[in-house]
Design a protein around this ligand. Structure first.
Ligand code: SF4
Length: 395
């Protein structure tokens, strides 16, 4: 089953910045183009009735009306002067009432996520249908990035209603491979997006334009200043893994060990037994803190040992260092498997591990007698009590 990686965006204030919002401009447009009446005041009073009935209590009931219903009401009341689809009228109303531009840096974030094969969704509070929003985004040349759009109007309730979050999660998690914590949700509203999303179980990002950035206000909400800082968060704080070995192993380093496989390897050794691990984006993107928690859950009282293997863990060097440092706080014995030679390994990595298997896999030197090595040119090193590294088998 393909591993899914998902980011959900709020729309207004997040992907789009609103330059102006004038409901009457939308009304004037459909009055001029479609409605069979000469009296704009009549149109205004029908619109006011709709607003009073459906929109004044929204912040209490969280119920979301549909713009489509307003247009149907106009059609019943006045009739249309020409044949047209309700969807077209809705889109034109939206287009003429809200003037927007793309948030700075949003294209860069979307391009990055696309390159990393991350699925992009939108979850937004609006009276417009997802069809109208997609057409709107199409004009701004960003619709192609978005797998699906969920509007409160289509669902019937607005954020922070948990039913809306539940609905979106059930749609996004179409192959049941995701947990709520795997989903990153970015929005510009503290209560409706960041806190409600966090309470639902997503990892949330509050985009608020403040001077400081990437402030972790609790384990599952961070504040980011702008889209480019959000991108930096996506790059720095996530690791690609393919998963854990089902059982503990006695052949991936000394002792009984939990084994974690990083995803991605640029080395492409001839005869590699694990070519599926080469493409990083086929792995699961996991936040480093969540990975540490997963490791702690999986270790038990019989072993505090873990081996980090691959793929090639050093291909995600800065994330690996951050992961190892966090893990070391829990006094876990760490063994690292890498295809690099010992003297190519960063000191910050060596400081935070206890064993390391080094050296390229060479098919002609394939080794089946010592479980620690794939080929006999490779070495296993251990850190002595004095902190000096020694080879476990001298050759
Ligand atoms: S380093 Fe390991 S995973 Fe990467 S190509 Fe070589 S043998 Fe395969």
């Amino acid at each position: 089953m393909k591993m899914q990686n998902v980011v959900i965006f709020d729309l207004f204030g997040t992907i789009l910045i609103e330059e102006s919002h004038n409901w009457n401009n939308g009304l004037k447009h459909i009055f001029d183009m479609y409605l069979d009446t000469d009296d704009f005041n009549e149109v205004l009073s029908v619109a006011k009735m709709f607003k009073d009935r459906n929109m004044n209590n929204r912040s209490i009931t969280y119920e979301e009306p549909k713009m489509i219903d307003q247009i149907k009401l106009f059609q019943r009341q006045f009739g249309f002067i020409k044949e047209t689809s309700i969807d077209d009228v809705e889109f034109e109303f939206l287009e003429h009432s809200r003037v927007v531009s793309l948030n700075k840096g949003v294209k860069e974030v979307l391009d990055y996520l696309k390159k990393e094969s991350v699925e992009i969704y939108i979850m937004t509070n609006t009276i417009y249908s997802s069809k109208a929003i997609r057409r709107y985004l199409d004009k701004l040349e960003v619709a192609e990035y978005v797998t699906n759009i969920f509007t409160s109007s289509d669902f019937g309730y607005r954020k922070p209603h948990m039913g809306f979050y539940d609905y979106v999660f059930s749609k996004v998690n179409y192959n049941n491979s995701l947990e709520r914590k795997d989903i990153i949700f970015i929005g510009d509203n503290l209560t409706k997006d960041a806190i409600a999303g966090r309470d639902f179980g997503f990892r949330t990002v509050l985009l608020n334009g403040l001077k400081d950035s990437l402030i972790h206000i609790d384990k599952r909400i961070i504040i980011t200043k702008n889209m480019l800082d959000f991108k930096q968060f996506l790059v720095d704080e996530f690791i690609y893994i393919s998963g854990f070995l089902n059982n503990y192993s006695i052949s991936d380093g000394p002792g009984n060990r939990l084994v974690l496989f990083f995803q991605g390897c640029k080395r492409h050794c001839k005869g590699c037994q694990n070519e599926k691990s080469w493409n990083r984006t086929e792995g699961k993107r996991i936040h480093i803190e969540d990975l540490v928690i997963d490791v702690l859950h999986k270790l038990n009282k019989y072993t505090r040992n873990i081996t980090v293997s691959g793929g090639e863990p050093l291909d995600q060097k800065s994330q690996l260092i951050s992961f190892l440092k966090k893990l070391k706080n829990f006094e876990i014995n760490i063994c690292l498997y890498t295809g690099y030679e010992f003297d190519e390994v960063d000191l910050l990595i060596l400081e935070n591990i206890d064993y390391i298997k080094t050296g390229e896999y060479i098919e002609n030197e394939k080794n089946t007698t010592n479980g620690y090595y794939g080929s006999s040119n490779q070495n296993m090193w251990m850190k002595g009590e004095d902190g000096k590294w020694i080879k476990m088998i001298e050759r």
